[in-house]
Design a protein around this ligand. Structure first.
Ligand code: ZN
Length: 92
């Protein structure tokens, strides 16, 4: 499993917990960049998280952090969204 996918499944668990607890304020999600040592935290509402999660190839990162083989598609004040290109377009 690649680093970003490990972070992503951790975030899925955070979101699940948030739903159980009925979070209405932004929760602490993890940056899903490819750096295994990254420990950035991103504040995001469950609603915003679920919206970005609806696309399988999208990852949530701190602004400026990178996911291997992905390009940035959106950047807000608190976080960025990157999207992986198709497997065929990736190198390495
Ligand atoms: Zn990061």
């Amino acid at each position: 499993m690649q680093t970003e996918d490990v972070f992503r499944s951790a975030n899925d668990r955070i979101a699940e917990k948030g739903r159980q607890l009925g979070w209405t304020l932004p929760g602490p999600f993890l940056c899903e960049c490819s750096d295994v040592r990254c420990c950035a935290r991103l504040e995001l509402t469950l609603e915003a998280y679920e919206e970005l999660r609806s696309r399988r190839h999208r990852y949530l990162t701190a602004p400026g952090h990178e996911v291997e083989g992905a390009i940035e598609i959106r950047r807000t004040q608190g976080f960025a969204l990157v999207e992986k290109l198709s497997r065929a377009a990736r190198t390495g």
